[in-house]
Design a binder for this molecule. Structure first.
Ligand SMILES: [Zn+2]
Length: 255
């Protein structure tokens, strides 16, 4: 019998955004959102899903959070390599990087995982080339020289159904998510196909959606999966993140 994969979560930096960024009509205080990365430690290899921001965006404490403006709490020690080392995982031991999409806060740490093969939807790779824009799609983050495998649609990473890459287009043209099957049930790592639980509860896409039609199809799929018992970890949900324990296998009973 193969052992089950283990799933770990890391926040690789907080960002601060205007109240209506996730749900346009919301008002109130500026919100904080995590920049998550995940490790799936599988008997056949190690995969990291999303790698956070490039170190060039790191801040000093003094200019981290300007009041009433976009800001980052992104300090030394929060990058994916440091987060892995902190739980005794060598960044060089990572076999696969799956990037949900190629925005700078999802692939900025790819360079720190030198021996990984990068898996991206072909249409996302193409979108990044044609929509290159500083602060959004930067080749510096995603074109870092590791072997690249472009995929079209679903992909079963280890061939045993425990780690499935699924297309979740909308936020970007080639966005993808990962469904991890753990002994406790299925967990969907949403990334930016759904920023927060509140977006899904209200079925409201954020303004930052490249393809609204596809985005709604994705939301309907997420709603169905959630109703069937899949646990969804949302892309930048500060409220949900308060319930996530970093650095330990998720959804496992403490022994
Ligand atoms: Zn994005």
């Amino acid at each position: 019998m193969t052992a089950a994969p283990r799933l770990f979560a890391f926040n690789c930096g907080w960002f601060q955004c205007r109240p209506g960024y996730f749900v346009e009509s919301d008002t109130g205080d500026y919100l904080r959102g995590p920049v998550p990365a995940y490790l799936v430690d599988h008997p056949k290899g190690r995969m990291v899903f999303d790698t956070g921001m490039g170190v060039r965006y790191r801040r000093e404490l003094a200019d981290a959070l300007p009041p009433g403006k976009f800001g980052l709490e992104w300090f030394e020690g929060m990058d994916i390599a440091a987060r892995l080392k902190a739980i005794d995982i060598d960044p060089a031991s990572i076999n696969w990087i799956v990037n949900s999409h190629l925005h700078i806060d999802h692939c900025g740490g790819n360079a720190h995982l030198p021996n990984a093969t990068v898996l991206i939807q072909r249409r996302e790779w193409d979108a990044a080339q044609t929509m290159a824009e500083p602060g959004l799609y930067e080749a510096l983050d995603y074109d870092t020289g590791q072997p690249l495998r472009l995929i079209d649609g679903e992909h079963d990473l280890f061939g045993d159904g425990t780690v499935r890459i699924v297309p979740t287009h909308g936020h970007t043209h080639g966005h993808q998510s990962v469904i991890v099957r753990l002994p406790a049930g299925e967990v969907l790592l949403a990334a930016d196909c759904c920023y927060t639980e509140r977006n899904l509860d209200l079925m409201v896409l954020p303004r930052a959606t490249q393809d609204v039609e596809q985005g709604l199809i994705t939301f309907e799929r997420l709603a169905r999966l959630r109703a069937a018992g899949t646990h969804i970890l949302f892309g930048h949900d500060g409220r949900q993140w308060a319930t996530v324990t970093e650095n330990v296998p998720l959804f496992e009973k403490a022994s």
